[in-house]
Design a protein around this ligand. Structure first.
Ligand SMILES: [Zn+2]
Length: 115
């Protein structure tokens, strides 16, 4: 585990050799995911690291936008590789998205670009 940046990450070994056939594929191995993805991970730095869910806000503040990929779907096998601690279920990912889509009253940031 790498804590030198102020938040916990899991180092990953992504494989970009595959060519995904659909728009829904695993961020780690690029295998297509059939149906709705059931697992997500908060990917940064070219998918070479996943952010611990509890440290998500710290990472969002520290990681520059083009290196912060946010929640990306991962396949069940890769979810196991990443580890349950670092993986969001579809329900958890939806809850995070909903929370972040709700404008906070303490900031005046513009809404993030649509994904
Ligand atoms: Zn995968």
């Amino acid at each position: 585990m790498n804590e030198s940046q102020g938040f916990r990450t899991k180092p990953l070994d992504p494989d970009f050799r595959r060519d995904p056939k659909t728009g829904c594929y695993c961020a780690l191995c690029q295998k297509d995911i059939k149906g709705e993805p059931r697992f997500y991970a908060h990917m940064i730095h070219g998918c070479f690291e996943a952010v611990h869910p509890e440290d998500r806000e710290i990472a969002n503040a520290m990681v520059v936008e083009h290196d912060n990929f946010g929640l990306l779907p991962v396949g069940p096998d890769c979810a196991r590789v990443i580890g349950r601690e670092f993986v969001y279920t579809a329900e958890e990912a939806a809850a995070v998205r909903e929370r972040e889509a709700t404008p906070s009253q303490s900031t005046t940031q513009p809404p993030p670009p649509g994904r």
